[in-house]
Every structure is written in C-alpha cells, then in structure tokens.
Design a protein around this ligand. Structure first.
Ligand code: GLC
Ligand code: GLC
Length: 812
C-alpha cells in the first residue's frame, strides 16, 4: 500500500494520506538554522546544535506519536481544523503534504476553505518562514479565526526535559505589535533570544501554555481555539508558548497570505537591552523586514531551488528505471546532504540531545557529499582529524559546537583511524586538491601539536600496524565498525554501557573486518604516497599490506567464507564451528572489497555464502543465525532480539559493501539485486510494512529471523545514505573520480542496454553515454572522448567550463 507518490519533476514526495505508518519527515535549513517537520506539521527547530540551542520543544516517543510542532488552527464557525491534519485531526476534504528539497508544503481544505502552508528556511538565514495562504472556495463570505502555535523550548533541550524545579520558574516573554519574543535566560548569560512574528496586524495572542490549551487538554483541543477568543496572556514561568490570533474575512474566491517567521537572534553583550528589562529588538525587526512580503518570500524560495539545482546538477543519470533515477538524482543525494548537516544528532529516532559527531560516521558520510560541497568537505576533514592523537587513535566522537573530542566516551575503537584515509583520498580524487595534505592539523585539538594532514593519515595507517594480535590481525579494541561486537567488554551489570566498558584488560581479540578495511585503505594510502612522490614510504607500507593479506589467508579463512573475528580467548567468531553467528557480513564485504584471495576464489566463495546464508527478501542480514541468548564474550550484539539491529537485522549501511565486492568479481546482476532490495523508492508499494519514508534510506530493516521481517526503523541519519550512493554511482554505474581523471568501469545487470550520466568533475561537464550492445555486466571495450577513440577507461581531466561528450561501449 502507498500513502503518496513521487513527483520527480518537482523533486517532491507527495503524501496524500496523513495517516502514514510512521511520521514521514523532512528537514529544512542548510547551514546554521534547521527544522524537522513531519507530514502532519510535527517537529522542532534549532540553531546549529539540537541540544544546546533548541527553539521549540519536542517530546520524544509521545502518545499519540508526533504530538507537538508548529501548528495552525482554523476555526470556521463550529469547525476547527488544521491544514496538515494534526493536531486537530478533523477529517479534511482534501490533504496533501509535499516534502521537497529543504522545504515542505501543506495543502488542506475543509468546508469551502483551502489553506496552504509553505515552510522553508531562506539560505543563510536564521529563521523559518511559514507562508500561510487561506482561500475561500465557497460562494459565501467566510469569517475565519486563525491561530498560530509554537511551544518554546528553554534552549538546552536536555535540561528542558528534566529540570522542572528550575525551568517552571524561568520562562519569560515580551509581546510587541505582532511579534512574540522568547527571552528566557536572556537576562543572565545568554546573548540570544527567539521570536515568532507575522506580517499582519493581529487581534490577540497568547504566550502561556496552560491558558491557551487548558491544563488537561492536548494540542488537539486548545481552550482558546474552542472559545474562539485569545486571552492575551503573558507567560511568567511554567511553559511559554507563542500563539497569534487573526480574524480573516474572505469573500468568495478571495485569498489572503500571511507570512509567519520563527527567528533566532544573537546580540552582543553591550547591546542586549533597549531599556530596563526590555530586549533590543532591532535585529529581529531587521530580519522580519527582509521577508515581510510575498514577493520577497518568492525570491528567497526561488534561490533555494537554484541552490538545489546546483547541488544536484553535479551527478545526474538517465536510465530506463525511474526508481533508480529518482534515487540517484534526487533523494539519495538529498539525504547525503542532510546527514552532512545533522550527522547522527536530530531525527525522529535520534533525540538531538545524545550523540556528537562520530569519527567514523563523519568520514564515511563525506563520500556522499564531497562532490556537492567540496570546500565544506575539506573543512569537515580537518575538524575530524583535529581530534586524533599522535599514535593514530582518536576520540570516537566530537561535539559540533566545540569541535572537541568527547572525553566521556573516549576512543579505542580500532577501525576509526582508517576511515580518515577514505575521506581524504576521496576528497583529493574529487577535487585534485593535494594541498590538504600539507595543511597543519592539530592533534587532540592542540595547535601546538599540529602536523601536516598527511601525518594524520600515516598515523592512521600505523595505528593498525602497531596494534596487531596473536594472528597478526588487527586488535579490535572496544569494537570495530560494528559498535555492538564488544569482545573485551564482559559486562554482567545492566547499568554499564557496552561501548565504554572493558572489564577484561589487555584484550587480544582481533577483527577480520579491520583487516579487510586495512587492506583497502592501505592500498589507497600507498597509491597516495606514490602520487606525491613518497616512494619509500609506499614500499614500506606495501610490506605491511602484504603481511596483512597473508595473515587473512592463513588465519581468516573459514573454508567457505571469511571469519569475523577472534574473541578474547582466541576462539573463532563467525565460523561454521560456531553454533550461532556462523557468518557475518562485514568481513565478507571488506575482505571482498580488498580482493583478498580473489585468485584462489575466496571472494566468489564468500559472496556465494552471503547469498546463501545472509540474503533474504528484504536485504542482506548482518549475521546468521542470529544470537538467541546473551554471549558475555560478544557483548551488545547478542542483547538484541534475533533479527533486529546488529543481531541479524538488515543493517543497510553494510549492504553496499557486498554490492561493491560483487562488482569486483563482475556480478552486476547480483550487485543490482542487492541495491534495489533496500533502496527506498523500490519499497514504496510495501510502505505499510516498511513503515518509514519511501524516499530515504533507513539504518535497519528487520531481518529474516525477526518477528516482522521487512519492517524498518531509524530512517534518515545513517551511513547507509553515503555508502549506497557511492556503491551505485562509482561501482555499479561505475563512474569514479581518480587522481588522473574519471575512471569508467560499470558493472550493471546484463539486460541493461546502457545509461547516461552527466558528471561535473574538476570544473568540466562530462556527458557520458554507456552502451551495452552485447549484454555484458562488466568490461569496457571502447571509449570515445569528444569523438576521438582512446585506449584507456580513465577519461582524463578535460578543459574546464565546457561540455564534453564521452561514449563508452561495454563488451567482451
Ligand atoms: C551506527 C553507528 C555507527 C556504527 C553502526 C554499526 O550506525 O552510528 O558508528 O558503525 O551503527 O554498529
Ligand atoms: C551505536 C549505533 C547502533 C548500536 C548502538 C548500540 O552508536 O547507533 O547501531 O545499536 O549504538 O549502543
């Protein structure tokens, strides 16, 4: 069952039934100021940091779900309704929610009145616009009452939810003209306030929640709306809100527009006050002035569209599969930008008060957006590398506001350092900007310990070399990519965190996943060394990589697939000898991508084993059989019920590793089968089961051993977005930036006749046409660059600012 449809021309998903199986959300904002908005108007707004600068309140895991947001109430005689259906939930005559690129539109109608709401955040602006257009479609005069509503959060979202003994006394507001100001804590250390404005005169307002709603009512039945009369309250403590009241009279056919603005202002210490206790409103008024007419709003909205044209214009494909095109051209790239902005902080599954930026997550996310915003990617790499230590180890997370490593969580996740080689080499291949390697980047955020960025990569590489275990395989530390495989943890106490507990010291547990990762990024490191003339370093590094390959072949092969690890006691993990967890996806992916034992048939065998034991109707599960009991020596992985998360769930982040490994042995049909199994646009028809948005990837789909296979969770913020984009564009469609040009090496389903890609690369436009007359999956036979036949499948760096035409023929 579907709840809407794609509108590709507008780059929108159109939801036509408000009762989606879960709130289907969108993100507004591109730089400093952001909102999350659901298909029924739920969500919240923050400046930069969802924990420390939360403007509006949100209650997680609420009953009913997704209650609280930025709402409008329309009272038309005795009928009260909302354009986005919630919170009132009056059955609408029509409902539509369009989630687009950083904007959302609602259109609802009831009893001859149509209300449209456009929500977006203008580029570079610290405020959200909500343009409300109300139209009388009936033949009688309509006298309507419009109420707006937001509930303020007292800035620190965590404190706001916990510290009521203080918070119920601190709330302060001011109201002047049509603007409601939220100035809680402004009197003391804060240099910022928020406001909610409308560009028309108002007939009243409310700022005290209890007065507006009534203590025992929900958002669906506010007393004030039911009475049709505001109380003009000024909040003192308790819970400040902002609600405007406007009387709207419309003749038949008449439409009126109102521009609401939810804004954030910072003022410097000396200019905080206009007069005693009265805040300086000048900067807010300037902001309001900027967008107080529909014309000004239209211009800003168009600028946003142009911005997205530009970002999405860098990679654009035309294939015979519209589901593929809409993923690659629109939604997958959009999601990659959202993960750039949010990392893992704020979604409907991440509360915005928990995690900082992950070291490994942020490096991996980068491969999904580096082509769109290379300058910001470079800055991100430097921020991440600055939290590393001289020995290559690093903090597992850092805080976006301070950019400092998070000491409470610490480090010792031994895969972390290697991902820096991934992000850096992908950045240089995309941009050609080798100067990053010379930039002085601090260790542990201490500028006196800064070294050229290249030294960070070297430290990353040798961190593995210097931390090998008894089988000459990498020590796992607290965990590798799989946060839940905690082989040194041994926790019996439910109050301990698996991720930070290590009850067994001097652990010798080893990871085959890190081994594969090391070979892949070790080769990248060697290649980079050669590019910059560090030839002796390349030779030295090659020895270490060769040793690792040998160690994997000798100690890491189980007969039909790669082992996952050796545990604390030196016992095999992910072996046919084990009772449960016989085979794991990660080591098959990474050792396959590393091509370890490809000549001996290891890669093909292991991928066949993946197909046989891990592949299911909805994707590839992480391990099989899933653990049915708690294994203290494995840690958190065995705590999840079978089929969920890291215990036999389809953890979508790692499926593309198998897709890429499949392309290494030329199996384009298999690679694409795996791609389309988890790509959201292919799941639209089973939305009822899948549950989360059909336009973005989710972290996890319940696996074959779960209670409800195919049911998904944790949409939006996941490395799944970047890895799938990387796998489809660079390995399946096979158009890959390299130091010397664009490498073309598709591995596609054999029945495809070809496809086209427009790729902006190093300032030039490559119009690439791939033809597949012999129905092969892989193999480049002929290449023409601007009409001239060449003998290499690396199309060189071509003249900037002009269009180039590349034709590629696949064949045997
Ligand atoms: C989550 C984490 C990521 C980890 C993965 C597997 O996605 O953000 O760091 O690698 O889970 O445990
Ligand atoms: C991690 C990951 C997640 C994992 C969890 C375990 O950060 O997000 O996939 O299940 O933490 O605590």
């Amino acid at each position: 069952m579907k709840y809407g449809h794609f509108d590709d021309a507008k780059r929108e998903y159109v939801i036509t039934n408000p009762k989606t199986p879960y709130p289907w959300i969108n993100y507004l904002g591109n730089e400093d100021f952001f909102s999350l908005t659901s298909n029924t108007g739920g969500g919240y707004t923050f400046y930069k940091d969802a924990k420390f600068r939360r403007l509006t309140r949100y209650r997680y895991n609420n009953v009913p779900t997704d209650d609280g947001g930025k709402y409008f109430y329309i009272k038309d005689e005795d009928t009260v309704w909302s354009p986005g259906w919630k919170p009132v939930k009056t059955e609408l005559d029509s409902y539509e929610c369009r989630h687009g690129m950083s904007y959302t539109k609602f259109k609802g109608s009831k009893n001859g009145v149509q209300a449209k709401v456009l929500q977006f955040i203008p580029l570079g602006f610290w405020g959200e616009i909500q343009k409300v257009s109300i139209k009388n479609t009936s033949s009688k005069i309509k006298k309507l009452k419009l109420f707006s509503f937001v509930e303020w959060c007292l800035w620190n979202a965590e404190d706001d939810m916990t510290n009521f003994q203080r918070n119920f006394s601190t709330g302060e507001v001011e109201v002047e003209d049509s603007v409601i100001y939220h100035k809680t804590e402004f009197k003391e250390r804060r240099n910022h306030y928020a406001f909610f404005a409308v560009n028309s005169s108002i007939n009243g307002f409310d700022t005290d929640r209890e007065s507006f709603l009534g203590l025992y009512n929900g958002f669906d039945t506010p007393d004030v709306v039911a009475d049709g009369k505001p109380k003009n309250t000024i909040a003192h403590g308790w819970s400040p809100v902002a609600s405007h009241y406007i009387e709207v009279e419309l003749h038949p056919g008449q439409e009126k527009d109102y521009i609401f603005m939810l804004g954030y202002v910072e003022v410097d210490e000396n200019n905080k006050w206009e007069s005693k206790s009265i805040i300086n409103k000048k900067p807010a008024k300037e902001m309001i002035e900027k967008f107080n007419t529909v014309e000004k709003v239209a211009i800003a909205f168009n600028e946003l569209r142009v911005y997205w044209d530009h970002l999405l214009g860098k990679i654009n494909i035309t294939s015979s599969d519209e589901k593929l095109d809409r993923m690659v051209n629109i939604w997958n790239q959009y999601q990659c930008m959202v993960t750039f902005n949010m990392s893992r902080s704020a979604s409907f599954f991440e509360s915005g008060i928990g995690r900082g930026m992950g070291f490994r997550d942020s490096n991996q996310d980068l491969i999904g957006f580096v082509h769109q915003i290379p300058e910001r990617a470079r800055e991100r790499i430097v921020d991440i590398a600055s939290t590393q230590f001289e020995d290559g180890s690093c903090y597992h997370q850092y805080q976006p506001l301070t950019k400092k490593g998070n000491a409470i969580l610490g480090g010792n996740f031994n895969d972390d350092p290697l991902w820096l080689i991934l992000s850096t080499t992908e950045y240089i291949k995309e941009t050609g900007d080798f100067s990053l390697l010379d930039e002085l980047v601090p260790f542990d955020n201490d500028t006196s310990r800064a070294k050229p960025h290249f030294d960070h990569l070297k430290a990353s590489f040798y961190h593995v070399v210097n931390n090998l275990g008894p089988h000459q395989l990498p020590l796992i530390g607290r965990a590798d990519w799989n946060d839940c495989l905690n082989l040194n943890c041994f926790s019996k106490d439910p109050n301990e965190s698996f991720q930070t507990t290590g009850n067994k010291k001097d652990g010798q547990a080893e990871s085959l996943m890190i081994a594969g990762l090391f070979v892949v990024y070790g080769k990248e490191y060697i290649d980079l060394c050669k590019q910059i003339g560090k030839n002796s370093e390349a030779v030295e590094a090659q020895n270490h990589v060769n040793n690792m390959i040998e160690a994997v072949k000798k100690f890491g092969w189980d007969g039909d697939w790669f082992l996952r690890a050796y545990d604390y006691f030196g016992k095999k993990v992910g072996s046919n000898e084990n009772e449960e967890g016989k085979i794991f996806i990660e080591s098959q992916g990474w050792c396959g991508m590393a091509e370890i034992g490809i000549e001996e048939g290891f890669v093909e065998k292991s991928l066949n084993a993946v197909d046989k034991h891990l592949n299911c109707d909805y994707g590839i599960v992480l391990n099989s059989p899933a653990f049915s009991k708690y294994y203290i020596e494995y840690g958190e992985i065995s705590t999840y019920p079978a089929g969920y998360k890291e215990n036999g769930g389809i953890f979508c982040h790692n499926n593309p590793w198998i897709m890429i490994a499949e392309t290494k042995i030329g199996r384009g049909d298999k690679a694409f089968e795996y791609y389309s199994k988890i790509a959201p646009s292919y799941l639209e028809d089973i939305s009822e089961l899948h549950k989360v948005e059909p336009y973005v990837y989710c972290q996890m789909i319940a696996g074959k051993e779960a209670f409800k296979p195919g049911e998904a969770k944790n949409s939006w913020l996941s490395g799944t977005a970047s890895w799938n984009f990387y796998a489809i564009t660079q390995y399946i469609l096979g158009i890959k930036p390299s130091y010397k040009g664009l490498e073309i090496n598709p591995c596609i389903p054999s029945n495809w006749k070809g496809f086209k890609m427009v790729r902006k690369f190093r300032g030039a436009t490559y119009n690439i046409e791939i033809l597949n007359p012999e129905n092969v999956s892989k193999g480049v036979k002929n290449v023409w660059v601007n009409g001239l036949k060449t003998n290499s499948n690396i199309v060189p760096i071509l003249e900037k600012n002009i269009e180039h035409f590349i034709k590629v023929e696949l064949g045997k």
